[in-house]
Design a protein around this ligand. Structure first.
Ligand code: SF4
Ligand code: SF4
Length: 343
């Protein structure tokens, strides 16, 4: 494990940025968000970013390709440009796990080469969550916020940053910054892990389990009467899907620029009334059906197709951002409980 004192953290960022594009959470008027590091940018102290780190691999909008047309001739132009390695610093345990969920979707055959390319070029420096929030429930899905995954796991204390390499890529990066860091015996990180675990036990959602859900529960929950009340106030705004690190719906559209065609991929949301609308009609006519789809997908359909893996990582973003205070925790607590519900 390597250590650097916090008063030299800019030296660390400068050393990494000399080799790679470096992104880290910084404070903005709209909350913390990832930005490319440059001299003067200060690492945010917020627990997590408003938008998740999935944007690096699955951006909200991307130009997939262009088509040049000349008479009946069509030329396909590859517009991708991500050929350089980049570093994401400060990714929390929940968001690191979300990459596993996204991998199941985008790296399954046929692989999404755009996503794969970015995953292969990334180096993830995760950060243990020193002070998890009341909205956090990553432990429900077996995630340990005191020991996130990633190429390098970081622990930030009052006065120092500790870095532990977990992959070859991570070890190679630590080697590169050896001259500005010192060897550490790992005691401070172990102490922080213990404090985090004690804090976790006091969080309100610490005992929430997903045991009642899973891939074999379609029949049990699809027709549950609770969907009606749960979905009644949903505005269909899609906020929950846009802040969610694991939501992965998208739409692809071609635009005629007058000089050719540009093909874009943009995030979509199963909460939108026009989502998956086809020439034959709209498969989900009501907000109840759309709402149910989102939660059934995360808690039942996704695990059914992915060896039991849930498509929620307990990041708590939908708990804090939904304008009507509806969220997956309320769904989990209410569904199938009939009169017992009280959330
Ligand atoms: S459903 Fe909510 S808590 Fe779960 S990963 Fe998405 S935003 Fe986070
Ligand atoms: S954020 Fe809330 S209101 Fe908006 S679509 Fe999601 S559940 Fe419905």
């Amino acid at each position: 494990m390597r250590k650097i004192s916090l008063d030299r953290i800019n030296d660390l960022f400068a050393a990494i940025a000399a080799e790679f594009r470096l992104y880290l959470p910084v404070d903005t008027n709209g909350g913390a968000r990832y930005e490319e590091w440059a001299e003067g940018k200060i690492l945010s102290d917020e627990l997590n970013t408003v938008r998740s780190a999935k944007d690096f691999f699955f951006p909200q909008t991307e130009n997939l390709m262009d088509f040049k047309t000349e008479g009946k001739k069509i030329e396909i132009v590859d517009t991708r440009s991500e050929t350089e390695d980049f570093v994401i610093f400060g990714v929390k345990a929940c968001d690191v796990r979300s990459f596993d969920v996204l991998d199941r979707v985008f790296l399954a055959e046929p692989q999404d080469s755009f996503y794969k390319n970015r995953r292969e070029h990334s180096l993830i420096l995760s950060m243990a969550c020193a002070k998890p929030h009341e909205t956090c429930f990553c432990t429900t899905f077996g995630i340990d916020p005191s020991a996130p995954m990633g190429d390098i796991v970081c622990y930030k204390t009052e006065d120092a940053l500790y870095m532990d390499a977990k992959t070859e890529k991570g070890a190679a990066l630590l080697k590169k910054i050896e001259s500005i860091t010192v060897e550490d015996n790992g005691e401070a990180a172990e102490k922080q892990k213990k404090v985090i675990r004690e804090r976790l036990e006091k969080l309100p959602l610490h005992n929430l389990t997903a045991d009642r859900f899973g891939g074999d529960k379609t029949a049990e929950f699809f027709k549950a009467p609770e969907w009606k009340e749960l979905s009644a106030s949903c505005l269909g705004c899609g906020t929950c899907t846009f802040v969610c690190p694991t939501c992965q719906c998208y739409d692809i559209k071609d635009f005629n620029t007058g000089h050719g065609i540009k093909r874009f991929r943009c995030w979509d949301s199963c909460m939108y009334s026009e989502f998956t609308k086809m020439s034959a009609g709209q498969p989900r006519l009501t907000q109840l059906e759309r709402f149910r789809q989102r939660f059934m997908h995360k808690l039942v359909y996704f695990p059914a197709n992915n060896d039991g893996m849930f498509a929620c990582v307990g990041c708590g973003r939908c708990l804090s951002k939904c304008p009507i205070q509806m969220n997956i925790v309320k769904v989990m607590k209410t569904l199938g409980k009939g009169e017992e519900k009280n959330v």
